[in-house]
Ligand binder design. Structure first.
Ligand code: HEC
Length: 142
């Protein structure tokens, strides 16, 4: 389990209500496929990426950033348990690619974001997403 009680207090505030209103009713209507489940988790990550960017603007909100990144890591871990691809070789590669993404994300979480390193940290974060997206996911969603 990642995240402590203290860090959870800093969870990205608007995110959960937005997701409950936006995603859940749509997704519950039919039984979702693995691909749907992964897409839902990734959609959250996309929002978390934006929240991270906002938290890194002006006065860097390091605690807010950490909370977003921890939630992102949990979403990725969860997404890694599904088999979202039609091609078998991709489903075989995917858990390993995800484990490596989560490892790299933990390094980014462990780094304190400052005005000096925020650009590099953000680039490192985006690279984690695109490593898988450029190799296994054809449509460039990012
Ligand atoms: C190890 C692989 C992997 C990593 C790492 C990864 N993704 Fe994804 N992503 C996927 C897969 C698989 C899909 C679903 C493709 C499909 O079924 O259409 C997806 C889909 C998406 C989508 C489309 C969601 C939709 O509604 O269709 C977005 C946006 C996205 N990812 C953002 C991100 C972001 C942001 C990160 C980094 C925090 C990230 N992804 C990291 C594999 C990955």
């Amino acid at each position: 389990m990642i995240g402590t009680a203290a860090s959870r207090k800093h969870r990205c505030g608007l995110l959960l209500p937005a997701l409950l209103l936006g995603f859940v009713p749509l997704r519950c209507a039919t039984s979702p496929s693995d691909s749907d489940r992964v897409r839902t988790l990734m959609g959250r990550n996309d929002r978390l990426l934006l929240e991270t960017q906002l938290a890194a603007a002006d006065d860097v909100d390091a605690a807010g950033i950490r909370a977003c990144l921890q939630e992102m890591a949990e979403n990725l871990e969860q997404a890694g348990r599904f088999r979202p691809f039609a091609e078998e070789w991709k489903n075989r590669e995917y858990p390993r690619a995800m484990a490596s993404a989560v490892d790299r994300l933990r390094d980014v979480v462990a780094t304190e974001w400052t005005p000096q390193n925020r650009e590099d940290s953000y680039i490192a974060l985006r690279a984690i997403c695109s490593q898988c997206h450029s190799r296994l996911v054809e449509a460039a969603h990012e």
